[in-house]
Ligand binder design. Sequence first.
Ligand code: 5GP
Length: 114
Amino acid sequence: MVNLMKENIFNKIAKKKVNIDYIYKDKYITVFNDINPKAPIHIIIIPNIYIKNLNYVNKKNIIYINKMFLYIPIITKKKNINKSGYRIIINCNKDSGQEIKYLHLHILGGCLLI
Ligand code: 5GP
């Protein structure tokens, strides 16, 4: 039975069920622009399997986290923010303001972040 909790927007994006401009996709990760950017460059990286948040990272799914982080230097170089700098954010649960219950990594850059 499909777990409806899992069928959130990022789960749909990971399954390519949403018509958006995908920046990158492979076996492990999906990369796309944030719909409501908080900086000139605001990119989201998600694993292609459902992981609710950082509390659920384990030895079995760590390969997906590795791949998410390995893609950071690639995309930041492509977007030309590797030298100017950028911020990585991963929110976890309500006190962080995690809105989407699907582990994701934000890359923010292209301006001075305060
Ligand atoms: P959180 O607060 O959960 O860490 O961040 C969720 C992010 O997802 C927010 O920055 C929000 O703008 C973005 N977002 C929410 N819904 C969509 C969507 O349908 N498409 C895209 N591309 N981004 C989304």
